[in-house]
Ligand binder design. Sequence first.
Ligand SMILES: NCc1[nH]cc(CCC(=O)O)c1CC(=O)O
Ligand SMILES: [Mg+2]
Length: 334
Amino acid sequence: MTLPFPPAPYPLARPRRLRSSPWVRRLVAETTLTPADLIWPLIVHDGTEDRIPVPSMPGVDRLSPKAAAEAAKEALALGIPMIALFPHVDASIKDAIGTGATDPDGLIPDCIKAVKDACPDIGVMTDVALDCYTDHGHDGVLEGNRIANDASLERLAEQAFIQAHAGADVVAPSDMMDGRVQAIREALEANGFHDTLILSYAAKYASAFYGPYRDAVGSAKQLTGDKKTYQMDYANADEALKEVAMDIAEGADMVMVKPGMPYLDIVRAVSETFRVPTFAYQVSGEYAMMQASVARGWLDEDRAILETLHGFKRAGCAGVLSYFAPKAARLLGA
Ligand SMILES: NCc1[nH]cc(CCC(=O)O)c1CC(=O)O
Ligand SMILES: [Mg+2]
């Protein structure tokens, strides 16, 4: 920030005046956090149990479609506008091309329908990527040892179409193949889904912080190698702007930066440069890291949740995906 004039010197300026009581702090707060800023990611599964705890994400369970519908009702009551669905499917249905991702009667279509039946007024977002359905754990299809970009696009576009057809409001490609937003937009337009929103994981970095999620969706066991040939290098910031520009040009309505807390500089740059709704994902590893400290009594959970989520708003986010969403909404007085 460049100041239009130099600040008055002490004692003319005493910044503490504006902090001297709760009412004045509230009055001059530059940003706000409300339940409307939150997207709640739900891990869903195709097993028989309603809920199965995820060990590396204390407080997060894998949910049956029925339990996901209950969670959606809870979200609506808390003022959370949208949930995001992520699948854990049985290993027996995983194969090289992620056939399960395009099954119109698969887990995610089932969940979308269960949620929409129970709760028509909540936004439903779905993840477009093959990793939860492939026996190698990658987001695209392989040609030899390489993740084949263009062959993956067809699979991803079909997956997005299946999701939109089942009732998804927002499809969110998290795969980082080049050109996937365009491929998805074309497939949606060609099939009459003119109003389906695309929230692109435009600047998604290859990150250690996805570890607990890969446990949660059961892709950790599968994954061979790493995702560095498609997810971004954390050394790069300019490249994020190029990725975002391309995705907007290809038809993304909203963009995302992921992970969250270590990437607030990227959020700031993206939101300032493009002025489109920009989201960030406070991912599983960030959640796990905070919960581990809370469990040891090293962090005050409520304060840490609100402070970290508020940081995303300050950085320029329109909203945040967080596993803390329902807890945060309650803390915000919903
Ligand atoms: N396309 C997969 C996907 N979608 C969301 C997450 C991570 C979410 C989290 O860590 O909470 C990932 C992980 C990955 O790329 O391996
Ligand atoms: Mg891209």
